[in-house]
Design a binder for this molecule. Structure first.
Ligand code: NDP
Ligand code: AKG
Ligand code: MG
Length: 421
């Protein structure tokens, strides 16, 4: 452990006092927010441990910077370094729309098999929000990170591949419902039982450890029966088999109701919850998006597939004040690999202006510190974010919605955060 490498031993992370942590600066606003956030993290670690601990940052390349320096968008050396050092943090990377390279963000998650995209959503007092009671929103999203349409199995309209696939579907599979077969692009959506269950397992384990009350499986299983519907079925199945003593599911509720009536089902559920069991329920994605606005208190931990999770995490971020403050982490709980990153993207129109809010990547750093077991440093940063926002010294995104705010640049906001540690 003396060589600065974080390792996993018997499923437990061993962190030296001076761990080497690879970082990807990112495209667009990446350099600005990374410079700001890393300064705050370093200052918090120094203060929390009187200089006995510190992070040795190791830059690894991806995105435009990597392409300019090496001719590759995601060099093998970057994957090798993250593989070796286990934990990394990154700024956002650009993905062109419609053509060009596929997402490097997705590639990193898939190639390192970081199957959980963890995105906690909580309110910070004083942050301007579009809803009346933003403090009612306190959810933790577990977004499946390796499957779904993000697998990138897509064929362009007019290509030989799409003609072959459509022909196969029509002649071999009896499909006659492709409305415009001559001009369709086709995408494939793989959702597996293994992929679902390792995600739901992580979500239930989190709910147990963090003493959360419920887990909601969000899906569109009424329409996509064997993919999103499978997700729901396999999620309930996992809860009822692996976590029989710790959970009570709506599936079980329905079975009791059918056999013994609604009163018996209500009683069984009430008893289970009184005994501290986690309620595992499900929600169809469209109604879920309505209810997170109208009844946010009913939701706690949320598990869902990749695309739903992408939409839901941005929607929930907006609810508590926007994407400038929404952190995230991509984690493989078995191998120990993790990459921490903001929920937002490269915001190209603000690139190089030292303008945007560094809180998303900074709070991703807080998740990283917590993951390392460096809670004291994590708590210092969180308290400083709370204090700084309460003092109304904020970046443009909050300043434009707050009365009496002092707008500061990204780097000056970091100075303020360090002052308030
Ligand atoms: N994980 C990743 O690396 C991700 C990468 N991307 C990529 O980023 C690129 C741009 O995507 P886009 O759809 O514009 O989404 P972005 O998240 O980059 O930006 C959209 C808007 O969100 C607000 N915003 C984003 N970041 C911040 C911040 N730090 N502080 C304050 N406000 C912020 C800005 O709002 P306003 O205009 O109102 O000021 C901005 O214009 C694309 O190539 C996309 O693929 C997207 C998401 C995640
Ligand atoms: O990879 C991208 O460009 C977008 C990723 C994204 O939207 C996300 O991680 O939430
Ligand atoms: Mg997204």
């Amino acid at each position: 452990m003396s060589n600065g490498k974080i390792v996993v031993e018997n499923g437990v992370l061993k962190v030296p006092n001076n761990p080497i942590i690879p970082f990807i600066e990112g495209d667009g606003i990446g350099p600005d927010i990374w410079a700001a956030a890393s300064r705050v993290i370093d200052a918090a670690v120094k203060q929390a441990y009187n200089g006995e601990k510190s992070i040795e940052w190791k830059e690894v390349l991806a995105g435009q910077k990597a392409f300019d320096q090496t001719g590759e968008w995601l060099p093998q050396a970057t994957l090798d370094a993250i593989n070796e050092y286990l934990i990394a943090i990154k700024g956002p990377l650009t993905t062109p729309i419609g053509g060009g390279i596929r997402s490097l963000n997705v590639a990193l998650r898939q190639q390192l098999d970081l199957y959980v995209c963890l995105r906690p959503v909580r309110y910070f007092e004083g942050v301007p929000s579009p809803v009346k009671r933003p403090e009612d929103t306190d959810m933790v999203i577990f977004r499946e990170n390796t499957e779904d349409i993000y697998a990138g199995i897509e064929y362009a309209e007019g290509s030989d591949e799409v003609k072959k696939l459509i022909n196969f579907l029509q002649t071999e599979m009896g499909v006659n419902k492709i409305r415009f077969p001559e001009t369709s692009g086709i995408g494939i959506k793989p959702i597996s039982k293994e992929g679902t269950q390792r995600l739901v397992r992580a979500a239930i384990n989190y709910a147990i450890t963090e003493k959360r009350e419920s887990l909601t499986l969000v899906h569109k299983g009424n329409i996509m029966k064997f993919t999103e519907g499978g997700f729901k079925t396999w999620g309930y199945e996992l809860a009822e088999t692996e976590f029989a003593d710790q959970t009570f599911t709506w599936n079980q509720y329905d079975a009791i109701k059918e056999a013994e009536g609604a009163e018996a089902a209500d009683k069984a559920q009430a008893e289970a919850l009184a005994a501290g069991k986690i309620l595992v329920k499900d929600s169809i994605a469209d109604i879920f998006l309505q209810q997170i606005l109208t009844r946010p208190k009913e939701f706690d931990v949320v598990a869902t597939m990749n695309l739903n999770g992408d939409y839901i995490s941005d929607a929930l971020a907006a609810q508590v004040g926007g994407i400038g403050i929404a952190p995230g982490a991509n984690i493989n709980y078995v191998s120990g690999h993790a990459i921490f990153e903001a929920t937002h993207g490269t915001a190209p129109k603000y690139a190089g202006q030292d303008k945007v809010n560094p809180s998303s990547v900074l709070l991703s750093g807080v998740l990283m510190l917590e993951h390392l077991g460096w809670k004291e440093a994590a708590d210092l940063v969180t308290a400083s974010v709370e204090k700084t926002i309460a003092s109304k010294v904020v970046t443009y995104d909050f300043a434009r919605l707050m009365d009496g705010a002092t707008e500061v640049k990204c780097s000056a906001f970091a100075d303020e955060l360090i002052k308030n540690l």
